[in-house]
Ligand binder design. Structure first.
Ligand code: DQA
Length: 146
């Protein structure tokens, strides 16, 4: 039983990418913090980042049968564009939380729509990188009661 943390395009640049919007925490910091939360609860965390839509689609297909119990995803810009990632979640049939570091709803109108939110268990937006940990707290609670 494990949690899969997926980060989409440009999130490998966290820490240096537009720090006024995304802060100075790096992706390695985010992954270490979520892993530590999992370890403390006896749940393993697998981290995956890709700038390629197809690679994320294929990782989601694998999640259907590899023991992934919950997915936390920041799909980055694919949030607003990707029917393919939406369909892959529907195929994977693994519950997931959608995380955005920034509050996408107070940004440009094109960031207000998500192809994933209506099939996600829940959405976190605007709490900085802490949002990943809040989503992980929820995931661990779900796994405990499953
Ligand atoms: C983001 C918001 C998206 O609109 C953007 O394309 C990102 C990051 C966020 O974490 O706030 O890459 O998902």
């Amino acid at each position: 039983m494990s949690v899969l943390l997926i980060n989409g395009p440009n999130l490998n640049m966290l820490g240096t990418r537009q720090p006024e919007i995304y802060g100075s925490t790096t992706l390695a910091d985010v992954e270490a913090a979520v892993r530590a939360q999992g370890e403390a609860a006896g749940v393993s965390v697998e981290c995956f980042q890709s700038n390629y839509e197809g690679a994320i689609v294929e990782r989601l297909h694998a999640a259907r049968t590899d023991g992934t119990a919950f997915i936390i995803i920041n799909p980055g810009a694919f949030t607003h564009t990707s029917v393919a990632i939406r369909d892959a979640f529907a195929a994977a049939e693994v519950p997931f939380a959608e995380v955005h570091i920034s509050n996408v709803h107070k940004r440009e109108p094109f960031r207000h729509h998500s192809y994933l939110s209506d099939i996600a268990v829940g959405v976190m937006a605007g709490f900085g990188t802490l949002g990943y940990n809040l989503a992980m707290t929820f995931a661990l609670q779900e796994l405990k009661t499953a």
